[in-house]
Design a protein around this ligand. Structure first.
Ligand SMILES: Cc1ncc(COP(=O)(O)O)c(C=O)c1O
Length: 492
């Protein structure tokens, strides 16, 4: 075999220590089944503190709203609720709003975003959460609800889109959400018309891009809009820069570069295949020409999470001639952020038991897991990252030897397409039935966003784990409350 092309996960100390606790993980999966989702609530508090430190460094006030959609866990949300000032919840459905309230967040700490049903809008207004409004229609609906049910004025932010920077030839990408800045006037007229029902707090955006330059244009665009609002006699104070701070999934940038280079070579037929049936992850080789583009998450991203926020705030405003943080600070605007993926970085692990190891028709190693592609959404989200083999302790045949091997990971559905990885995954040695594969860092969208019960396969259970005087303790996710966490089950 050619040299293995590893894509090793970046593991911070807490998650690394958990993955070393093989006996504990096997006890959990033995009792609760495979797949099993494991969340680390203490890590979300640490991640929040890192975001807060960036606010402090730039002397900015405002809240960090966790975009709940990234993970359904109760433990993570409850842990965040006890962190104190500066944390809030970005909820994007009626269920998420109910969940945030039930976890202990006060309505003042909650912002309703995304597409909204009448029930969701009503409950947000009834309890006093802020509403991040998509456009004039939603604002009209909200105002009508407030009047019909005699509710207090609702705090609103306006989600904007399609920013263009004056003098700079850069447009932000189009989104089907939010109101184009070009239609601002009509939106502000609606705000003025509904003054009795809504309390206009600010404007914002959420852009699905990794580009700092595009986000700088949007953030400066918001500052300019805020100034315009003030000249109309409105008094907004908050700018919401949404989420999309990203995660650095991989430990080694060199591995990522080598892998993507070799993948391209493989698509062009210049080396042995690296993917199942020459899947190209968006690349095609047609008539001697490489076409398409790699549709993958940039898994090695050194400037991600709070570092990305820091870089954005330190970025020059495209036309104002000072940093974006300075532009916010001089007008005393509060900064809101809505990190989802980044706030649950290193907060979760998905375990799957190896059921079978065999050679496929063409000789490739196939490892069948007790989980399917919807349980482990890394591929679905374009994140290529190796699992960690958590060996089952064996009294006979210890396996400290073995050599690196390339395998395909197949799921437990009776579907040709149920591959957990369409790429060959290199492992330090061949796993054996009964071992667990630990997929690290799945808490952001890759754990429970798409999981279902196809073929009556069980949904993964979820447990919260934490360290207590050197021992790992656990409870079912929905049994976890930070105030009683000392009472979990444990293995010394
Ligand atoms: C409005 C809004 N805010 C925040 C987020 C969270 O984004 P991320 O998980 O990339 O930080 C999303 C994601 O879709 C979103 O739509």
């Amino acid at each position: 075999m050619e040299a293995p092309l590893y894509l090793e996960p970046r593991l911070e100390p807490r998650l690394a220590s958990l993955l070393r606790a093989a006996g504990f993980l096997h006890t959990l999966a033995g009792g609760l089944g495979s797949p099993l989702n494991v969340v680390l609530p203490d890590q979300i508090a640490e991640n929040l503190a890192r975001f807060r430190a960036v606010y402090r460094r730039h002397r900015l006030s405002g809240e960090v709203f966790f975009a709940h959609k990234a993970n359904r866990s109760s433990a993570l949300v409850r842990r965040l609720a006890v962190t104190g000032a500066g944390a809030g919840m970005d909820v994007a459905s009626l269920g998420e709003l109910q969940h945030a309230l039930g976890a202990g967040f006060t309505p003042r700490q909650i912002m309703a975003t995304g597409p909204k049903s009448p029930e969701f809008l009503w409950l947000a207004a009834r309890c006093g959460a802020a509403v991040n409004v998509d456009g004039c229609g939603e604002l009209d609906d909200l105002a009508a609800l407030v009047r019909r049910y005699g509710l207090p004025r609702v705090r609103v932010l306006l989600r904007l889109a399609s920013f263009a920077s004056p003098g700079v030839r850069l447009l932000t990408r189009q989104s089907r959400f939010g109101t184009p800045v070009g239609e601002l006037d009509a939106l502000l007229k609606a705000v003025e018309r509904h003054r009795d029902a809504v309390d206009f707090r600010g404007v914002g955006y959420h852009l699905d891009t990794t580009s700092l330059a595009e986000k700088a244009v949007a953030l400066e665009g918001c500052v300019l809009v805020m100034n315009e609002c003030r000249s109309r006699g409105l008094e907004p104070r908050v700018i919401d820069v949404g989420g999309g701070f990203g995660v650095n999934y991989l430990a080694d940038g060199g591995q990522w570069d080598r892998y993507t280079t070799e993948l391209t070579q493989a698509v062009m037929g210049r080396r042995e295949a690296l993917t199942w049936r020459r899947h190209g992850y968006g690349l095609r080789y047609e008539a001697g020409t490489l076409r398409g583009g790699l549709g993958l998450y940039p898994a090695h991203r050194p400037v991600a999470a709070e570092r990305y926020l820091d870089a954005l705030l330190s970025h020059p405003a495209p036309s104002l001639g000072r940093t974006l943080a300075a532009a916010l600070l001089e007008s005393l605007y509060d900064l809101c952020t809505e990190p989802g993926r980044a706030l649950v970085d290193q907060c979760g692990l998905t375990l799957a038991r190896v059921l079978e190891v065999r050679r496929a028709e063409a000789g490739e190693w196939m490892v069948r897991l007790e989980a399917n592609a919807d349980d482990i959404g890394l591929e679905e989200h374009g994140v290529l990252m190796d699992p960690v083999v958590v060996e089952r302790a064996r009294t006979r045949e210890p396996t400290t030897d073995g050599e690196a091997v390339g395998v395909y990971l197949a799921g437990n559905l009776c579907l040709e397409s149920d591959l957990i990885t369409r790429r060959m995954v290199f492992l330090p040695r061949l796993p054996r039935p009964g071992d667990l594969l630990g997929f690290a860092n799945t808490a952001g969208y890759c754990m429970d966003f798409s999981a279902d019960q196809a073929q009556h396969q069980p949904l993964a259970r979820k447990v919260a784990v934490w360290q207590d005087e050197g021992a790992w303790r656990w409870s079912l996710d929905d049994q976890y409350w930070p105030v009683t966490q000392g009472e979990g089950n444990h293995e010394d």
